[in-house]
Design a protein around this ligand. Structure first.
Ligand code: GYE
Length: 311
């Protein structure tokens, strides 16, 4: 890659840069915010962004990348829907000397095949959520239901792992049901309805861990319709920090969220600019911060601060 860089950065720096962005889709509020911010960040830097929405399908992402390669873009941003199956297309980009930056999700491919990855520590997020639960149930028997993200995606795999790590030492806490809700509100609502039915109308459930806020919001709706009181009868902890989860926390319907910044493009473009300018190679992982918010952290103010950000 170092040699590829030496060949390409001089020419690329001469005119406005073109960047292809293969986005997953619009499954969540967080995703929509990331799209908005990526467009904004590109515009601010005079980057010509070519946007492609894959509607959750890896094959659409692979064709979009091939089309970006054929067009000779200066870089590709890829938010990979699942973790496996990227080797060939990443090799094609490398052969064409086009740097690829991964956004928010990770791949199983060798790290030589991409320039850098911008994202959070996904295992850590799950651990923070699980630790919040450990700290808040005490010795009570706690049957947990889990709403997983998209099957095969790195956040679903790693957030699950992190949560399990955190509750491992607590014999009173057990995940009794775990199913994918595909990171969507409707998925979260539907799966929660089946969990409620299977768990004595909700009477046996002590807590919900959702891999993202949107599924938690759908599940909160399902609980309300079933006469269960979310935030009280069932503790709700999730990940992302979208405005609506702060609204739900302010209303007492959700208990905690781990924030994930939707501005992954800012650090990605900074790394690319340095690379285009003089071939500077960024670290392989540019980590964004994760922070826990609870009902004690003035969720009303957090909602107000985020509600106009377009998500
Ligand atoms: O948490 C979820 C989204 O890939 C880390 O994808 C991201 C996740 C995010 O749809 O809301």
């Amino acid at each position: 890659l170092a040699t590829a860089a030496a060949v390409s950065f001089g020419a690329a720096a001469a005119s406005a840069q073109t960047v292809g962005f293969s986005q997953i889709g619009s499954e969540s509020g967080w995703r929509a915010a990331e799209t908005t911010l990526t467009r904004q960040q590109a515009e601010e830097r005079g980057i010509d962004l070519k946007f492609s929405d894959a509607q959750q399908r890896q094959e659409n992402q692979i064709s979009a990348m091939r089309s970006f390669i054929a067009q000779g873009v200066d870089a590709i941003l890829l938010a990979p829907v699942v973790a496996t199956g990227w080797d060939s297309v990443l090799e094609e980009a490398q052969e064409a000397e086009i740097p690829v930056v991964l956004l928010d999700r990770q791949v199983d491919s060798s790290e030589d095949l991409y320039l850098t990855a911008v994202g959070s520590d996904l295992v850590h997020e799950g651990e923070v959520a699980g630790q919040w639960l450990v700290d808040n149930v005490g010795d009570e028997e706690c049957r947990v239901v889990e709403l997983q993200g998209t099957t095969g995606s790195s956040p679903a795999i790693k957030r699950k792992q992190g949560f399990e790590n955190a509750i491992e030492g607590s014999d009173n806490i057990e995940i009794v049901r775990s199913q994918t809700g595909d990171f969507t509100r409707t998925g979260g609502k539907e799966v929660m309805e089946s969990f409620l039915q299977a768990e004595d109308g909700g009477g046996n459930i002590c807590a919900l861990f959702a891999h993202n806020d949107d599924m938690a919001i759908g599940a909160i709706q399902a609980m309300k319709e079933a006469g269960v009181n979310p935030g009280e009868d069932v503790k709700v902890v999730s990940i992302d920090g979208v405005p609506d989860i702060f609204r739900a926390m302010a209303d007492g319907d959700a208990n905690a969220t781990v924030e994930l910044t939707p501005n992954m493009a800012g650090p990605a473009f900074d790394a690319l600019n340095a690379y285009w300018e003089d071939g500077t190679t960024p670290p392989k992982f540019i980590q964004t911060e994760s922070r826990l918010y609870t009902q004690e952290d003035d969720p009303e103010a957090e909602y107000e601060a985020r509600k106009d950000l377009g998500y």
